[in-house]
Design a protein around this ligand. Structure first.
Ligand SMILES: C[S@@+](CC[C@H](N)C(=O)[O-])C[C@H]1O[C@@H](n2cnc3c(N)ncnc32)[C@H](O)[C@@H]1O
Length: 204
């Protein structure tokens, strides 16, 4: 069973009935800072894109972005935001309802995968498979950007903690990765900021 019950899609769908706690009205600043420091190549895949603010910011910077989320209401909100953008920016955005755990099933490869609070939703075994999927989705030189909780909460239906030690143990040179940055950060929420891990990792 997932951390979010037998039907995680229904769980997240219910959260989007109101404004979710992670929807802070813009991209996570820690992720924006990492992306500014280590600029991504396009096209970009935003896994678990939610209501689309990070994808939109990247498209405003000139990148083509596919945003994937399995909650229809989140994708509908992202598409609605896109209709209010200049046509040239909106044309660079493609929001899809799909399972983002399987980027290799999408029809293209990406210069970068951005992950604002997606990886930490899954148990380590599912993350093992997701990292294999990243290898299929990203050619050598492609980058994976992640921002995940670094703190464990002793309550159900909350992400797990992903620390720097886990990032460095998973993304090794032997596995074909180079960690360009991995550092403590904050994940903003509508409740309170949460200690987080931010990382930029490159396929070699
Ligand atoms: C913590 S929220 C972050 C949303 C967005 N990235 C942000 O920073 O605002 C995690 C998102 O992942 C989505 N999600 C969870 N599991 C998913 C899956 N297997 N496939 C696609 N989306 C998923 C949820 O619907 C939710 O929108």
């Amino acid at each position: 069973m997932s951390r979010f019950g037998h039907d995680p899609q229904a769980f997240f769908g219910a959260v989007y009935a109101a404004t979710p706690p992670w929807d802070v009205g813009g991209p996570q600043p820690a992720l924006s800072a990492l992306l500014a420091e280590f600029p991504p190549a396009g096209p970009v895949l935003d896994v678990g894109c939610g209501s689309g603010d990070l994808a939109i910011a990247l498209a405003q910077g000139g990148l083509e972005v596919t945003g994937v989320d399995f909650v229809e209401a989140a994708v509908a909100e992202a598409r609605e935001k896109a209709t209010r953008l200049p046509a040239a920016v909106a044309a660079r955005l493609d929001f899809r309802v799909a399972d983002a755990l399987h980027p290799s099933r999408l029809p293209r490869r990406y210069g970068a995968v951005v992950d604002s609070g997606f990886f930490h939703l899954f148990e380590p075994e599912a993350c093992d498979r997701f990292v294999e999927e990243l290898v299929a989705a990203l050619p050598p030189g492609g980058r994976y950007y992640m921002l995940e909780f670094a703190l464990a909460f002793p309550v159900p239906n909350v992400p797990r903690a992903v620390g720097e030690d886990e990032v460095r143990a998973r993304f090794t040179a032997a596995n074909g990765w180079r960690v360009l940055a991995c550092r403590p950060a904050e994940f903003l929420s509508r409740v309170a900021p949460v200690p987080a891990t931010a990382a930029c990792i490159q396929r070699v």
